[in-house]
Design a protein. Structure first.
Lengths: 234, 325
């Protein structure tokens, strides 16, 4: 479904990821793990069009994405939830969600993704009239994911959904990711908290200083003695 | 979406319809022409402020140069009528179309400016427009143009004996501006505008075409303001550059919205209902002692509002609603 081939992205000459290749198949949850500064976020930004890769190609369902404008990439069916969530703080929860549903031009059913969002995150349905800025960190993350779902994406990309959130809600969010996949979407998730993420992932990549260090089925990676020592602290 | 939301929108429509009916009956009982004049101006500025609110309130691009579109509407209608005999109804639409096009042409460079720079640019552009008209001989230059009086007629929209047709037109204008806003609030554009206002970077990353949203808001806003300008020209039947394109019109469009609640559906009308009668009364009672007393009144009001209720008077209502929940 998504194929990233030898992508190199640099910030003003500073190479953040170099020749990174990853594959995501339809219906998978793929986790990209790695320490701070490994280039995880840069990888997602390069796919979403927030950063322009210096070289390499990004293909999504046979369409070439690299070089496309960000809003065109969104329209191909990729929803990207960035690290800082980028909510609209002074708009209500309802408006934030509705905004997601206005990215598709067609007059398709707007209620359907909303039902899914409320099923995944019942808290949001209780807070529809509240401003987004009054939500807790976890709720804001839920809202960001919910808004992304309103675009009815085929591929959902999450950048560190666990960041700055209390542990109980982290579990809730990861469980929601599983349900999202079960409802027919594909998920590419970038995380520092590898243990939790590997639990729900089908396959995983480990990035280190901008390169793919290791890849394989999640179970295999979890079982790898080096990974256990270096990343999982076991 | 959810039920309470649909219900609230329906309720708003009902309230607006009842208010319209009520307003339509008022001049049947109040026949004093001075009071009728104030009511007409209130409705007109309500409509203008509502239109200004689309670009500046919803989309967040503060314009202090909307007098340009007001003047363009007034001049287009008047010139077409006096020079070519085109009925004002068509002149009105032509003025609207011209203003919308000019708003987009100006938006093309100006929307690249952020924040205050955009507001400053709008002031400067409106002043340039004013200077151009002041020096345009064919359009009457600084002397202005008078609408020839040809007797009461719906086609020419002239009524010497009664103010009622003007009142109902102003009421219709206020209704249209309100309804357009109401409708846009829950449309793709409405959501895009609010997103652009709140966080343009996030909007972009979600796939909102920020530049196009601003252009759309500017066009709709300018079109409606120009219709208001056309109406004003027909109502006063004499225009000169300062009296339709002066900076005070830009302010008078912004202030009711700011007072009532910027970026809200009811704010501009509420603000106009308070501000315009106040202005007219201070002008007629203490105006003789020198121009500008009305401006002191605005200034004071705005300072009080900014200190006590920055979200506008409409905040008084929503605050109460929240408290009762």
């Amino acid at each position: 479904m998504l194929s990233v081939h030898e992508v190199t992205t640099a910030y003003q000459g500073l190479v953040a990821i170099s020749a990174v290749s990853i594959e995501v198949q339809k219906g998978e949850i793929v986790c990209v793990a790695g320490a701070n500064g490994a280039g995880k976020s840069t990888l997602l930004k390069s796919i979403a069009g927030a950063e322009r890769p210096r070289s390499g190609t990004v293909m999504f369902d046979g369409k070439r994405l690299d070089g496309m404008a960000q809003h065109h990439i969104t329209a191909t069916g990729i929803a990207y939830v960035p690290e800082n969530r980028r909510l609209f703080p002074r708009l209500s929860v309802r408006d934030n969600l509705r905004l997601g549903s206005y990215l598709y031009r067609g007059e398709a059913n707007r209620e359907e993704p909303l039902d899914l969002v409320f099923k995944l995150f019942p808290r949001l349905s209780e807070r529809l009239d509240q401003r987004a800025e009054t939500l807790s960190g976890g709720e804001q993350q839920m809202l960001a994911i919910g808004r992304a779902l309103m675009t009815r994406p085929r591929l959902l990309m999450l950048d560190e959904p666990s960041q700055g959130i209390m542990p109980k809600l982290v579990d809730e969010i990861f469980q929601a990711v599983k349900l999202i996949r079960d409802s027919g979407m594909t998920v590419l998730i970038v995380e520092q908290r590898m243990a939790e993420c590997l639990e729900i992932a089908d396959r995983a990549y480990i990035l280190q200083t901008g390169r793919v260090l290791m890849q394989g089925p999640a179970a295999e990676i979890t079982g790898n003695p080096d990974v256990r020592k270096a990343y999982l602290g076991l | 979406m959810d039920k309470s939301f649909t219900e609230r929108r329906r309720r708003e429509l009902l309230v607006a319809a009842s208010l319209t009916v009520a307003a339509a009956l008022v001049p049947l009982f109040i026949k004093n022409p001075n009071v009728q004049n104030i009511m007409i101006l209130t409705l007109m500025f309500g409509a203008l402020s509502q239109s200004w609110n689309i670009l500046s309130g919803y989309c967040g691009q503060i314009s202090l140069g909307h007098a340009l579109y007001f003047g363009l509407g007034a001049y287009t209608t008047t010139l077409l009528f006096t020079k070519f005999g085109v009925p004002p109804w068509f002149g009105m639409l032509a003025g609207g179309a011209i203003s919308a096009l000019i708003a987009m042409a100006l938006g093309y460079p100006c929307f690249r400016l952020g924040g205050h720079y955009f507001a400053i640019a709008t002031i400067v552009i409106a002043e340039i427009g004013l200077l151009l008209i002041q020096n345009w001989e064919w359009a009457g230059a600084a002397l202005g143009i008078e609408m020839p009086v040809r007797g009461d007629s719906w086609l020419k929209f002239q009524f010497a004996r009664s103010k009622l047709p003007y009142f109902y037109f102003a009421l219709a204008l206020a209704c249209i501006a309100w309804f357009v806003t109401w409708w846009l609030e829950d449309s793709k554009w409405g959501y895009w505008w609010r997103a652009v206002k709140d966080n343009p970077d996030a909007a972009q990353s979600l796939g909102v075409v920020v530049f196009d949203s601003k252009m759309g808001a500017a066009a709709v806003s300018a079109f409606l303001v120009a219709i208001g300008g056309s109406f004003y020209a027909m109502y006063v039947s004499y225009i000169d550059p300062g009296s339709v394109m002066g900076f005070q019109f830009s302010l008078l469009m912004a202030l009711p919205a700011v007072l009532g609640g910027i970026g809200t559906l009811w704010g501009p009308l509420l603000g106009a209902i308070i501000l315009i009668p106040l202005t007219e009364l201070t002008r007629s009672y203490i105006g003789g002692s020198g121009r500008g007393v009305d401006l002191i009144v605005y200034g004071t009001l705005i300072v009080v509002i900014a200190l006590a209720r920055p979200e506008g008077l409409i905040g008084l209502f929503s605050r109460r609603k929240e408290a009762s929940r």
